[in-house]
Design a protein around this ligand. Structure first.
Ligand SMILES: Nc1ncnc2c1ncn2[C@@H]1O[C@H](COP(=O)(O)OP(=O)(O)O)[C@@H](O)[C@H]1O
Ligand SMILES: [Mg+2]
Length: 307
């Protein structure tokens, strides 16, 4: 079953010339973690706001859990939850107040909401700060409060807009664990991120969007495979120059060294050459990060050429 379907969805904000979403088509299977990956300004928040009934599209449709996000907005709101991007906590409420309120506002009975609020606070390791004024919390703690607010709702589909922004690596993984648990409990999770490792580690499927358009979609593995025949990367630290490396694959410059994206066979040839020259190299499989830089960079270069 599809949990979400967008058809030719477009949004152009008033006074804006460029569309934020440009005839976007996508489908999300129920029970999955689905990630929308894109740079700042790609259109991720715009999509989430439309799908969660907070913003009207300019044209096209989104169906969420079988309900139209525009026509059936009222009914849909009871079945979804959303953790917005960079949300502020409210002075002088405590983290517990925030989580409790978000459950009570959905109509949950008080005893049940109290129990679930405690579970959500524990899950995100907010137990110690549960009853302090939220204003005293660091940015990372506030962000975890926002995530805790959607952790134990009765919603079937949960949107999270950059849920791990500003979190340290330990807390990012803690949020990943919780999202995986939510999925295991049968919910559909739709999240946005610009962290490639996050998308790769967490998602059953993903789309890469750029300027409101889908550039690639599928599983992390299939996106890597479909978008690029370059399965292998070779980081070259010395003794080669840019033009020589061009013969082995696609070269990108990263912090003063070269990364060659290529296939296994060419990587081996480059490896042999490096041994002959006694050069320092490192060979590894491409990551989603490489793919992202490759296709988003490609699109932007194409556009510049077109001008
Ligand atoms: N309220 C708004 N009014 C006008 N333009 C907006 C508004 N919100 C976002 N945009 C523009 O729409 C595009 C997509 O933004 P957004 O959906 O926030 O991207 P992302 O979440 O991927 O960073 C950007 O070019 C942004 O400047
Ligand atoms: Mg955003």
């Amino acid at each position: 079953m599809k949990a979400l379907q967008a058809h030719q969805l477009s949004k152009t904000y008033r006074k804006s010339k460029q569309p934020a979403l440009d005839s976007l088509d996508l489908e999300i299977d129920a029970g999955q973690i689905f990630t929308m990956l894109g740079r700042n300004g790609a259109g991720k928040t715009t999509f989430l706001r439309i799908a969660s009934t907070q913003l009207l599209p300019t044209s096209g449709t989104v169906t969420v859990l079988g309900l139209d996000a525009v026509k059936d907005a009222k009914e849909l709101r009871g079945r979804i939850a959303m953790a917005p991007q960079e949300a502020e906590t409210i002075y002088p409420l405590t983290p517990r107040d925030h989580v409790l309120l978000s459950l009570r506002m959905r109509g949950m009975e008080k005893g049940e909401a109290t129990k679930r609020a405690q579970e959500a606070l524990d899950a995100l390791e907010l137990t110690e700060v549960a009853d302090v004024n939220s204003d005293w919390l660091s940015g990372g703690l506030k962000q975890r409060v926002i995530v805790a607010m959607v952790m134990r709702t009765d919603a079937d589909l949960i949107f999270l807009d950059e849920p791990t922004i500003g979190l340290d690596p330990v807390n990012r993984r803690r949020v990943w664990d919780q999202l995986t648990r939510l999925k295991q409990s049968g919910k559909t999770i739709v999240l946005t991120t610009h962290y490639m490792d996050e998308a790769e580690a967490l998602s059953d499927s993903l789309v890469i969007i750029n300027k409101g358009k889908v550039m690639a979609s599928g599983t992390p593995r299939s996106v890597k495979a479909a978008v690029t025949s370059r399965t292998t990367r070779v980081d070259v630290f010395d003794k080669f120059n840019l033009s020589e490396l061009g013969a082995f694959g696609h070269v990108v410059t990263i912090a003063g060294r070269f990364r060659v994206l290529t296939d296994a066979e060419a990587a081996k040839r480059l490896g042999d050459e490096a041994v002959a020259r006694n050069a320092s190299i490192a060979i590894s499989p491409v990551t989603l990060d490489d793919v992202f830089v490759d296709i988003v960079g490609e699109a932007e270069r194409g556009e510049e050429n077109g001008r």
